[in-house]
Design a protein around this ligand. Sequence first.
Ligand code: TYD
Ligand code: MG
Length: 453
Amino acid sequence: MAKIKVKFACTECGMESPKWLGKCPGCGSWNTMVEEKETVIKTSGAAALFQAKEKPRSIIDIDSGEEPRVETGMRELNRVLGGGIVPGSLILVGGDPGIGKSTLLLQTSNALASKKLTVLYISGEESVRQTKLRADRLGALSASLLVLCETNVERIHEAIDSVKPDFLVIDSIQTVFDPNVPSAPGSVAQVRECTAHFMRVAKGQGIATVLVGHVTKEGAIAGPRLLEHMVDCVLYFEGERHHSYRLLRAVKNRFGSTNEIGIFEMGETGLSEVSNPSELFLSERPLGVAGSTVVASMEGTRPVLVELQALVAPTHFPSPRRMSTGIDHHRMALIIAVLEKRNGMFLQTQDAYLNVAGGVRLDEPAVDLAAAVSLASSFRDVPTRPYDVIFGEIGLTGEVRAVSRSEQRVREAHKLGFKRVIMPENSLKGWNPPPGIEIIGVGTVAEALSAAL
Ligand code: TYD
Ligand code: MG
């Protein structure tokens, strides 16, 4: 029987140590060492077998043309990837269990297979029959979509050699294992080794590879952070389990921007793409209530209208609560300070909550003004007008500053039937608003409040 050895590995940097340490000597993080058991001790040079054989080349000889991209047949996914899948790229798709990662990838695989590309879908979590049942439901039945239920990296490699796929899906990286690595599947060492393995496959043979990864309680992809450094793109598939829509977000992309989000809706027959997200985000909006505003925010290159809600309520505690979801809480503190100092609102005895409806995150400063109007509306208990859209950045003196892409934001508001836009006056130059929508340019928060409330 093999001797069981115990070692500890850091989930951030992969550093190993024979004993447990509170602080990782490798990266300095606290509480990241986890126990790993070594059972089989076997050394073979198999790892070296898959090294790509390339000679150093002069930089002048390297073709710098546009990365060729393969359209996936799913527009939202193409958008997040920056136009399509780059051959030879390694993509990590993370998300909570049950959020729909397997569904997304099976649909993508099918879309690619129906373009006559060979797709190899490796399922380490479900049997071939289960995958077939799902495929039946999704209508994902292209002949060149090949399915294999396997978790041993060496056997997966044999399958790759025999079918030579154009696109490879590993569902999931936590279930596959390299028999030469003496620890359990899903452990730091295994995840790292297997990822390195698929990286060599992707780069060496030019096979676009997608790894599925589960997300831990803390929100990181299980296994070492290292995984995120190794791959070309990291996409997160997120959403509320109780809502049907799902967001696909790039947090790292070596071939495009990380600003774009893809929006899907989960239905009876799988994921469908949402081409007009504003309609979706505004679908549950209450009209004419205090604290609710609509902001025109840019998600990458696309304007999206989202509802912002604020609740300001008296508190009996000396330090009032400030809570925000979907908006940076530092930003919220700044807006509250401006409202107090410049607009004479006494918020120190009030709890304040700010929420972006629909679970979206709004990172850009252009949402400031709408947040301020929401907070003021709730504080004064004066309802906002249901057909107003508000955007603009707030400065510390209470001024409203210009934001980019105003025209696109206004056009989106117009398209969805909004009647008025309250926006920075400095953003009005150089373009003409579409007919039928009233534009109110404001220079200060006070002006915006008197226009909106
Ligand atoms: P799945 O893709 O298995 O999630 P993951 O791989 O991220 O763990 O998705 C599972 C959920 O999606 C499950 O709760 C059922 C739901 N679902 C639908 O609502 N419609 C469908 O057509 C499919 C295939 C799944
Ligand atoms: Mg799955």
